[in-house]
Design a protein around this ligand. Structure first.
Ligand code: GAP
Length: 452
């Protein structure tokens, strides 16, 4: 347990130190569960999103992209069931004043410093909790200057609804036919009762969702197809297979809209937890939007002359949660030549910086050659120039940032126009001609397989 807590502490500290993730509004003491992505974090997050977009939109003929607004007509959330059902049961501890989700008491710890180490279940056994009351997780705000009930709008708690209300706009504009999908990446907001575990559960987060519209009767086939596609995607991201599993939702876990649901779970330091949900949402969503909007949302299949409300198979991944997973999975410590190092074994496709460029010493023309290499490579991918300190320390700094390659310009470079390329994981060092450097690194990146 102490080791696990230590790993999270070390990761949080590395994220702050190296500029991956900072607490929000830190100079004001922070804002609970809100985080900012720093220079390395924003690159990592963009890479995760681009990798998802490429796999889910650009590489496919049957999926279109969308970027819908966060604020939607309030009736959307009545139709979706969120106004009535998007609630968690909440209890307060009368003694320490901490607030818990009534269905997550097991394993929770008392929130107050005065009761540190005390289990919430103990308070439950001693009847210290208030009656459970339902709490709606949607953030509300007002459209326009008048703050009354008529002007209430919600910050979307999922991106999915923006897709459902646009299905026929997209279908007509792109001339797609069923089966086809719509993908979207965007912010979602949930007023979680118990956010925590760093960026695992926050109140503002990004989702990467894809809704696949299919003919009723073919839905379970597509559901299985998408389960297989989605778990394979994490392999490409460099996440170890042994750390991933499916969890099938039992009848009591199923969301109000789902006929079948599987989570892809990752073994976090705090247990197996959901990373992504794959849901068979049946015709629930489009039927409800048809009912609440008064519009006919049925599909006419020209080939079979059939009319039906499409079923929806959804893949819903958390972007921040995927970034956290990538960081946790990549975090490693080892010893090189008697010296401890911290290394992020990030797959090159998501690594914020692909290569560090180092002149061995700041003289004899080495900086000039290194700077030229730096500027040439920069046109192709993010590289970092570092001429400060011993070469070993410069390698370590890049290891900690997850940079897969280190390029060193040394005395030999000036003789034969070659440099040393050091690989972060194998620590192998290869001499490569400067004019072959770009294809060498590109080939290595494309063929990357996690070793440890
Ligand atoms: N449209 C379906 C949907 O939103 P969900 O299981 O509630 O399904 C999907 O959410 C994914 O969004 C989760 O698997 C998780 O990765 C991410 N997610 C949900 N709530 C989150 C939160 N409070 N903080 C960070 N990520 C969250």
């Amino acid at each position: 347990m102490a080791e696990i807590a230590k790993l999270m502490d070390k990761l949080v500290s590395l994220c702050k130190r190296r500029g991956f993730i900072f607490p929000s509004s830190e100079i004001y003491g922070g804002l609970n569960s809100c985080y900012d992505y720093g220079p390395l974090g924003v690159e990592l997050k963009r890479n995760v999103k681009e990798y998802w977009w490429k796999a889910m939109v650009q590489m496919r003929d049957d999926i279109e992209g969308l970027d819908a607004s966060i604020l939607m007509h309030p009736r959307v959330w009545e139709a979706s069931g969120h106004v009535a059902n998007f609630t968690d049961p909440m209890v307060d501890c009368k003694e320490c004043k901490a607030r818990f989700r009534a269905d997550q008491i097991e394993g929770a710890m008392c929130g107050s410093p005065a009761y540190k180490g005390r289990k919430a279940s103990k308070c439950a056994d001693e009847n210290k909790f208030t009656e459970a009351r339902l709490f709606n997780l949607m953030f509300k705000t007002f459209m326009g200057p008048v703050e009354d009930a008529a002007n209430v709008v919600y910050m979307r708690p999922e991106t999915a609804q923006g897709i459902y209300v646009n299905v026929y706009n997209v279908m007509q504009a792109s001339r797609q036919k069923i089966p086809f999908g719509i993908a979207q990446i965007g912010k979602a907001f949930r007023n979680e009762i118990t956010p925590g575990n760093f960026t695992f559960r926050t109140r503002e987060f990004e989702q990467m969702e894809m809704q696949f519209f299919v003919k009723p009767g073919t839905d379970m086939e597509w559901f299985e197809y998408w389960k297989a596609q989605r778990i394979a995607w994490y392999d490409g991201l460099g996440i170890r297979k042994t750390k991933l599993q499916f969890h099938q939702h039992g009848p009591t876990e199923l969301a109000h809209y789902a006929a079948a649901a599987f989570d892809i779970e990752y073994e976090f330091p705090f247990g197996w937890k959901e990373l992504e949900g794959i849901h068979n949402r049946t015709d629930f969503d489009l039927k409800r939007h048809a009912e609440y909007s008064g519009k006919d949302l049925s599909y006419f299949d020209d080939a079979t002359r059939e009319k039906f409300i499409p079923y929806i198979v959804e893949t819903s991944a958390g972007c921040d949660r995927t970034v956290l997973t990538a960081l946790i999975d990549a975090y490693d410590e080892d010893v090189i030549e008697g010296e401890a190092r911290t290394v992020l074994r990030l797959a090159p496709v998501i690594a914020p910086i692909k290569a560090g460029v180092f002149p061995l010493v700041k003289k004899e023309g080495m900086p000039e050659v290194a700077e030229k290499i730096f500027h040439d490579l920069k046109k192709h991918f993010p590289v970092f120039y570092d001429d400060g300190g011993a070469i070993g320390r410069r390698y370590r700094r890049m290891d900690e940032a997850g940079t897969p390659f280190g390029i060193t310009v040394d005395g030999q470079t000036l003789q034969d126009q070659t440099v040393t390329v050091r690989e972060r994981d194998s620590l192998s060092q290869t001499r490569v001609a400067i004019d072959k450097l770009l294809p060498f690194i590109q080939e290595k990146m494309a063929g990357y397989k996690r070793m440890v």
